[in-house]
Design a protein around this ligand. Structure first.
Ligand code: SPD
Length: 286
């Protein structure tokens, strides 16, 4: 159970990074120990509602758009015609909502192992769950690793891995076996996108992710950094991996004409994220 200090601050201490991040809390809303993890909900003074899983910040009302938009639109606009999408994890449904904004998308299957996360999101982040009843969406609670292993070969255009950190239930989403299942399930030209932690603090992990994706046969990778105010270091990343083709830009004119609103994502942001900062280039040998 997370401890608040006397002045009601929640602090995520990130031992592996030698850093900590705090948010001031109005009140605790609810906490549930699921069979997989401890899910806690708080009302903050300035960031709206806050979901914490096993002591780590996951989602806040105020800033989740950075993460959810970068995890969805970068991959969907890099694909020429995404129709069938799978989300592994994603139980708060914020990524699902963004994916369903795309008119080309015909089906989205979301597989999160933990129903409690979605239960809490429906209660405390109803705006993120606003599209859950879309007829194109199927929300399932199951083992995403098993789902990908059993997926029909060449049946999916975009796979989005919106998991927790690579500890606990999220661990198996960061290895060769899982990436092989994803590669097999993607259609030619298909794209896997995964949350790939902080490029500042977790570069070794990021290198391992990229190496494993290349090892299993993905043809091309892109790692895009983006602001992430409530995660350790404040900068985060997603890594896109393309099956058997190199990335060829993204559908810039479709982004300019997109028939929906975003808070962060636009053509310039996507172009800017592709311009990898020098510290990342050096570390990733790009
Ligand atoms: N350090 C926390 C990393 C969590 C990434 N996933 C968040 C889920 C938001 N949909």
């Amino acid at each position: 159970m997370s401890q608040l200090d006397q002045a009601q601050w929640f602090t995520e201490i990130s031992d592996r990074d030698g850093s900590a991040f705090s948010l001031r809390i109005n009140k605790k809303l609810e906490a549930k120990q699921s069979p997989f993890q401890l899910v806690e909900m708080y009302e903050t003074t300035d960031f709206g509602n806050l979901m914490i899983i096993d002591g780590c910040t996951m989602v806040s009302t105020r800033e989740n758009f950075f993460y959810h938009e970068m995890m969805s639109h970068t991959a969907l606009f890099a694909h020429p015609n995404p129709k069938n999408v799978v989300i592994i994890g994603g139980g708060d449904c914020g990524t699902l909502r963004e994916v369903l904004k795309h008119p080309t998308v015909e089906s989205v299957h979301q597989i999160d192992i933990d129903e409690v996360v979605t239960e809490m999101a429906q209660k405390y982040f109803p705006e993120l769950c606003a599209s859950n009843q879309d007829p194109r969406a199927t929300v399932m609670f199951d083992d995403g690793i098993k789902y990908m292993k059993e997926a029909l070969p060449e049946s999916i255009d975009v796979i989005i891995v919106d998991g927790t950190d690579p500890v606990g239930p999220g661990e198996g989403l960061f290895n060769h076996a899982f990436y092989t299942s994803c590669l097999n399930a993607l259609r030619p030209g298909g794209i896997l996108i995964q949350q790939s932690e902080s490029p500042l603090m977790h570069i070794e992990l990021l290198k391992d992710i990229r190496t494993a994706m290349t090892d299993v046969g993905f043809a091309d990778l892109q790692t895009l950094p983006f602001p992430q105010p409530i995660y350790p270091s404040g900068i985060w990343s997603c890594t896109l991996a393309r099956k058997d083709e190199h990335f060829n830009g993204f559908r810039e004119s479709d982004v300019e004409a997109m028939p929906f609103d975003t808070e962060y994502y636009n053509r310039g942001i996507h172009l800017g994220a592709l311009a990898m900062p020098n510290f990342m280039k050096r570390q990733l040998n790009k």
